[in-house]
Design a protein around this ligand. Sequence first.
Ligand SMILES: NC(=O)c1ccc[n+]([C@@H]2O[C@H](COP(=O)([O-])OP(=O)(O)OC[C@H]3O[C@@H](n4cnc5c(N)ncnc54)[C@H](OP(=O)(O)O)[C@@H]3O)[C@@H](O)[C@H]2O)c1
Length: 251
Amino acid sequence: MEPNLLVLGGTAEAARLCRALAGAGLRGTVSLAGRVASPAAQALPLRIGGFGGVEGLASHLQAERITHVIDATHPFAAQMSANAVAACRAAGVPLIALSRAPWEETAADRWIRVPDMAGAVSALAGPRRRVMLAVGRMHLADFAAQAQHVYLLRLVDPPEAPLDFPDHHVVVDRGPFGLESDRRLMREHRIDLVVSKNSGGSGAFAKIAAARELGLPVIMIDRPALPARRETHEVEEVLRWLDHAGTDLGV
Ligand SMILES: NC(=O)c1ccc[n+]([C@@H]2O[C@H](COP(=O)([O-])OP(=O)(O)OC[C@H]3O[C@@H](n4cnc5c(N)ncnc54)[C@H](OP(=O)(O)O)[C@@H]3O)[C@@H](O)[C@H]2O)c1
């Protein structure tokens, strides 16, 4: 049977994978959640929007006769990744995840590690500080509980509604970001603390490297737990797996 791939995307790695798949002449679709107003161009045909949970995704796999699923979503897209494992198992479709290794703390870093978003909010208790909050749009509301700080927010799209922070500045920009510009941004805004997800990869690392150089503490949010699945960090490994996947479900 000719492969018909479904790539769960929304990351630079997914975009790179799609270029490799298209370059290899493979047929497939890339799926985005629809969170950003104008998504980056994709090398495979695009579908946008949720599937409707595990059942919706399993039905989609069957209706579209998907032969393989590649989960290349962000490491914090835990719901989507868990749904992919369950739906692939239910529909009997082989799955592989293309993920990024987490960032590792070095002796030059000042990380305060927290297990989740709530942990990051709690770690911000205390006197007013100038905080670069790099957690994405979806979780901003959680931080309204610590409204005493001055926040620098970097978002892909301008906020649709007023934000719940009395003192904040929004920078609208999308990665990848550079060390030089992130260092400049932190200096300009006299940042004294960064909050970040441990996303891994290179596109969002500049702020961590800049904080390291400037000697700033980083509240680093650990990754959510995911169900066991076949996983690689290499696009080439996905291509090799597609050659051999056959009926090995990998989940
Ligand atoms: N979380 C982050 O920090 C982050 C950062 C950068 C990029 N992204 C990207 O943004 C998207 C959403 O992330 P999230 O953390 O909001 O996801 P999530 O919390 O794991 O997913 C929530 C729901 O959104 C839908 N969804 C998520 N990713 C999808 C995709 N690629 N295609 C179709 N539906 C999708 C699914 O809806 P249904 O249940 O209806 O199927 C899913 O159950 C993902 O594509 C991810 O790669 C996320």
